[in-house]
Design a protein around this ligand. Structure first.
Ligand code: ADP
Ligand code: ASP
Ligand code: MG
Length: 424
């Protein structure tokens, strides 16, 4: 007997038939004698709809006030998961399984106060463990918890993955299965590159980079939690027949295992390619080249909660003036430009230029630590396709390249084949 947390994403619970199918997956594990807790997302598209309602509330004419209160945003957008948790509990009960839905505030899943992007602080697993022992399946609404202000808090988009891994850690589960609409983690997004290969295993560090750099198959925070708490996490498909051979395999279920790098026997140099759309580049021209100028730029941007990513500073020709270029999410450009213009005198630049609609393509692999020339191959491959590089950043295990938006798919496919990741 094992203890398993099963998480089902939006497409897996998109309608009543899919929820019925999910219930069959759960029943398979219950019938095998395992203790099971389930985490569900909202029906696919539902969270987008709820966010849209919040954002599009008509404003009072002439008002410049912030258009919504983050606590009320959370009250609205958390509702999608309430519906699916109840529906799945009903589907399970109709199959004769003892099941009960739980909202984040009922368990409770305690979070910090960062409404809209809250972090889980604590889950007391004892109650879920006791219920599991009594044969009850807890169906937990993902994406939500209870803030210190006693109000609903949501965990950021894709947050149900994090709910699942956090619950798996809290109940000391043997496995956390993330069921989605693909049958594992691929060398790149299989929707962009049909030749992408499914990985049998991927190291925590690599998955962390893939997720941070745009692969939305797992929320970044869920990978961090899995790594810290050593949760055995599998990404697998809910779309396969729940009773197909091998689906109930305890040690080697079909899918991709996220694990320590030591568990991976044949480590490739490059494991995967990720991409993030909607990046924007901002350049400050003719800045004074003196100590404190970076602090004067990035301090106020950080205070405004703007996430700055790639930063490139040119070496000045005469030691007095320089240019600084950096990227921010496209949605934050106007806010960033306002912060820069408010601080123009303190920073001391001449002009500011911006460009939206860019894409960051990244090459990821632990093997890069011990191999030279990985970046050069990427630059050569992109050059051969006539793709211009606007900025580059590297770390020990990744290279990120900023390019024009329309080249995104071509760049992903080009890099994917340049490193021999295509299906053989
Ligand atoms: P869910 O609703 O189940 O949480 P998501 O849409 O959040 O599912 O994540 C699954 C999607 O992630 C896939 O449909 C796929 O398009 C995308 N994806 C991006 N990169 C990868 C990758 N490297 N491997 C697998 N899927 C990926
Ligand atoms: N429903 C939420 C979202 O769409 C959380 C999740 O699906 O993981 O972001
Ligand atoms: Mg998701």
């Amino acid at each position: 007997m094992a203890r398993i947390v099963m998480k089902f994403g939006g497409t897996s619970v998109a309608d009543l038939n899919r929820i019925h199918n999910v219930a069959r997956h759960v029943k398979r594990e219950v019938d095998a004698g395992h203790e099971v807790a389930v985490v569900v997302s909202a029906m696919s598209g539902k969270t987008n709809e709820l966010v849209g309602w919040v954002e599009n509330m008509p404003k009072v004419a002439g008002s410049n006030a912030p258009f919504y209160d983050a606590r009320e945003y959370d009250a609205v957008v958390a509702s999608g998961e309430q519906v699916t948790s109840g529906l799945l509990a009903i589907a399970l009960q109709s199959m004769g399984i003892n099941a009960r839905s739980w909202q984040g505030w009922q368990l409770p899943i305690k979070t910090d106060n960062a409404h809209g992007a809250a972090r889980i602080l604590d889950i007391d697993g004892a109650d879920i463990i006791r219920r599991m022992g009594e044969g009850q399946v807890a169906v937990v609404a993902g994406f939500q918890g209870l803030g210190p202000d006693n109000r609903m808090a949501t965990l950021g988009r894709g947050g149900s993955d994090t709910s699942a891994v956090a619950i798996a850690a809290a109940v000391k589960a043997d496995r956390c299965d993330i069921y989605t609409d693909v049958d594992g983690v691929y060398t790149t997004d299989p929707r962009i590159e049909p030749k992408a290969r499914r990985l049998k295993k991927i190291a925590f560090e690599e998955m962390l980079e893939m997720a941070s750099l745009g692969a939305k198959v797992l929320q970044v925070r869920s990978v961090e939690l899995a790594m810290v708490h050593k949760v055995r996490t599998f990404v697998r498909s809910s779309f396969e027949d729940p009773d197909a051979p091998g689906m109930g395999d305890l040690l080697n279920p079909p899918g991709t295992l996220i694990c320590d790098e030591d568990e991976i026997v044949e480590q490739e140099v490059v494991t995967g390619i990720a991409y993030a759309k909607d990046e924007a580049q901002i350049s400050l021209r003719r800045l004074a080249d003196r100590p404190g100028v970076s602090a004067a730029i990035f301090g106020p941007l950080a205070e405004a909660h703007i996430n700055v990513d790639m930063i490139v500073q040119n070496i000045s020709e005469d030691g007095s003036k320089t240019d600084m270029t950096f990227t921010v999410p496209s949605g934050d450009v106007n806010k960033a430009l306002k912060v820069l213009s408010d601080n123009k005198e303190k920073i001391g630049y001449d002009v500011v230029q911006s460009e939206s609609g860019l894409v960051k393509v990244s090459v990821i692999g632990i093997g890069m630590r011990s191999h030279a020339g990985v970046a050069a191959s990427a630059f050569r491959a992109l050059a051969e396709k006539g793709i211009n590089i606007k900025a580059i950043t590297t770390s020990e295990i990744k290279i990120s390249i900023l390019i024009d938006g329309p080249y995104a798919e071509l760049a992903v496919r080009t890099l994917h084949s340049a490193y021999g990741l295509d299906k053989s």
